[in-house]
Design a protein around this ligand. Structure first.
Ligand code: SAH
Length: 251
């Protein structure tokens, strides 16, 4: 059996209880060494075979899993954050399917959750934005034309950009073509939940300079939108004058 496990955003105690149990039981672990905190591997059995996928191709990863399956050993494929976001898991699952190998996915705490926690931020504030767009600027991996940043920016929703902190000038240029302005609030969170975490609050206009000053150009999220400001409406959910399925409205 193969388990794709979300390692969480970095702090070793941000893996799920299930994920940690699977790591303890694993005979083989293939972890994304570029971003997964190696401290997580300390719970593995002494005899567990450990591979760093940062140095491997897709084919090599699948070969290691196939070998383990042949001898009935359990594999954990450990991905950073939550594996569903820029995790490159689909291609692995399809390759396993082609070999008749079954798998399960165990979710993780994405860096977008850890970054919000670091900022004490709610992405979806009533009266401000009820939509979160998760995207990236085109780098070596292209982005479909219909999803160009300038087009997404037209909506003016809360924006969370992965894999983009090395391109802050381009991000600013693209976003200013949409609903955001130079004054729109913006934050950079570097290595959310790691001891070396850095949080920078700035504006879209000042983003490139703020990133440079803080020395941030990778392993960071860029968050843009008015939810980083101070104006919002109170929720209906806890409004005393509003009845819900659990509580009647008070006069
Ligand atoms: N699946 C991961 C994302 C993998 S893509 C998740 O759910 O978080 C890698 C990108 O994620 C990095 O370039 C960076 O933009 C972001 N990232 C990963 N870990 C991070 C962290 N601890 N803090 C801030 N950004 C992080």
């Amino acid at each position: 059996m193969v388990y794709f496990v979300g390692a969480g955003s970095g702090a070793p105690d941000l893996i799920t209880v299930r994920g940690e149990r699977l790591l303890k039981e694993a005979d083989v672990v293939i972890y994304a060494g570029s971003l997964v905190n190696p401290a997580l591997l300390s719970v593995c059995k002494e005899e567990t075979e450990i591979y760093d996928s940062a140095k491997m191709t897709l084919e090599e990863v699948i070969d290691v899993i196939k070998e383990a399956e042949k001898s009935g050993r359990m594999t954990v494929r450990l991905h950073t954050g939550d594996p569903s976001i820029y995790g490159a898991i689909r291609e692995q699952m399809d390759a396993l399917k082609a070999c008749g190998i079954s798998w399960e996915v165990c979710p993780g705490v994405s860096s977008m959750s850890a970054a919000a926690a670091a900022l004490s931020l709610e992405y979806t504030l009533p009266g401000v934005s009820q939509t979160v767009i998760v995207s990236r600027i085109a780098g070596r991996t292209p982005v479909p034309e219909k999803e160009e940043l300038a087009k997404l920016a037209a909506i003016g929703a809360t924006l969370v950009l992965f894999l983009s902190s090395g391109y802050t000038k381009e991000v600013r240029e693209e976003l200013l073509k949409g609903a955001y302005t130079e004054e729109t609030k913006c934050a950079l969170v570097y290595k959310a939940s790691w001891p070396e975490q850095k949080v920078v609050r700035t504006t879209l206009g000042a983003l490139p300079e703020a990133a440079e000053e803080a020395g941030i150009n990778k392993t960071a999220l860029i968050i843009v939108g008015d939810v980083l400001g101070d104006d919002y409406e109170l929720s209906k959910l806890y409004d005393a004058h509003f009845s819900t399925g659990y509580r009647d409205a008070k006069d």
